[in-house]
Design a binder for this molecule. Structure first.
Ligand code: SF4
Length: 375
């Protein structure tokens, strides 16, 4: 089994906190989609024996594309890969793009999951983040998707914003739950270098929330969504039963994936490689069949470290038998030796052969993971 990720590096405008590889020059879209389809077809021999079980169109803002673009992309995928009958097909979208007509058009395509970047239901926060939509637009977008039959809807939320109080965050969560959606991804705001937000921070014009407030917001997030019937299946992800993201889960379980488009990463179980992060170089490289890529061979220690990080982020944790089989006695012993104090302090729990973070362990997960990694 394998997954396909397609990067759509266009956004109508740029959000204050974003450091993703995106461009606001939408005039390049037709040329870009042509190159993308060529890449999809050129690389068809990379997963000859694998059924494609997830397709994820992310960005950027894929909801800037039009019907003909999607049609070309799906034609290229269908011609070159064998697709599982129960394939999960996700599109990331901006609420501002999800008009009645646009959602109608999406339903005409193979999408069966829609992820909507809402971030907040507080208009002042949305304005601060330079999001294009307001809270009402976001709610309407979800409603249109539901009316048109999307029954697997995920929304993204963001917490730990400057000036965000616990009461504002609780209100955002309350409004999210009223929408009757199936999946929520919630991320703490990060001050990434080279963003406008980072410049504001450097200039002393924004104050990050206190660490205690961040932890309190995370605690409220977990409690509120658990009470509402969501499974906390990964540190930042919550799903109603039956609606775990298959695509994201495959990253955490080490499955193969092919990434298409500039900056997109691919993984074949042994190596990871990624395309050049430049639109002109990408288009030229694809058209001349000499695309610039960077490649990383993953040695045993790196693989072990990734296994620890990705495993412990999930509610399933790490399987000790698998750990021993994949990485050998030495790394297995190293793990148990370093994990012992976290078992004693009840930050890690062990059930049969599986080891996972406890509720209180989730709050110091970064420290636990780094202690369990091999340097
Ligand atoms: S819409 Fe998404 S990808 Fe585009 S600038 Fe905003 S956060 Fe970044």
């Amino acid at each position: 089994m394998a997954g396909i990720y397609i990067h759509i590096p266009f956004c109508k405008s740029r959000c204050i906190y974003c450091d993703f590889f995106t461009s606001t020059n939408e005039a390049e879209m037709d040329k870009y989609v042509q190159a993308l389809c060529k890449e999809i077809s050129d690389r068809k021999d990379e997963v000859t024996d694998d059924l494609i079980k997830t397709i994820y169109i992310g960005g950027g803002t894929p909801s800037r594309l039009q019907h003909n673009h999607f049609e070309s992309i799906f034609n290229a995928i269908n011609k070159s890969y064998t697709i599982a009958t129960n394939v999960e097909v996700t599109i990331e979208s901006n609420p501002d793009d999800l008009s009645h007509d646009y959602v109608d058009m999406l339903r005409d395509l193979p999408f069966n999951r829609i992820s909507i970047g809402i971030q907040s239901f507080d208009d002042q926060e949305l304005n601060f983040l330079s999001r294009r939509h307001d809270a009402n637009r976001a709610k309407e977008a979800v409603k249109y998707c539901q009316e048109k039959g999307f029954d697997n809807i995920s929304i993204d939320l963001m917490y730990g914003l400057p000036k965000q109080t616990l009461a504002i965050w609780q209100e955002t969560l309350r409004q999210a739950l009223q929408l009757n959606i199936q999946h929520i991804s919630a991320y703490h705001l990060i001050y990434e270098e080279k963003t406008r937000l980072y410049s504001l921070l450097q200039a002393g014009k924004v104050n990050p929330v206190e660490e205690d407030s961040s932890l309190e917001m995370f605690e409220v997030l977990i409690q509120t969504l658990s009470d509402a019937g969501f499974m906390h299946y990964e540190i930042s992800n919550f799903a109603k039963p039956g609606f775990i993201s298959q695509h994201n889960s495959s990253y955490w379980t080490g499955e193969k994936y092919l990434g298409f488009g500039p900056s997109a990463h691919s993984f074949d179980g042994e190596h990871r490689w990624w395309n050049v992060s430049s639109m002109p170089k990408y288009i030229e490289g694809i058209n001349n069949s000499n695309l610039e890529i960077e490649k990383e061979d993953i040695d045993l220690t790196t693989k072990y470290n990734e296994y620890i990080i990705t495993g412990l982020r999930t509610m399933w944790g790490i399987d000790l038998d698998e750990l021993k089989m994949k990485f050998g006695e030495d790394l297995y012993d190293y793990f148990l030796l370093n994990a012992q104090r976290y078992f004693d302090l009840h930050y890690l729990k062990r059930e049969n052969s599986s080891v996972a973070l406890t509720h209180k362990g989730i709050f110091i997960s970064d420290g636990i993971m780094s202690d369990l990694m091999k340097v």
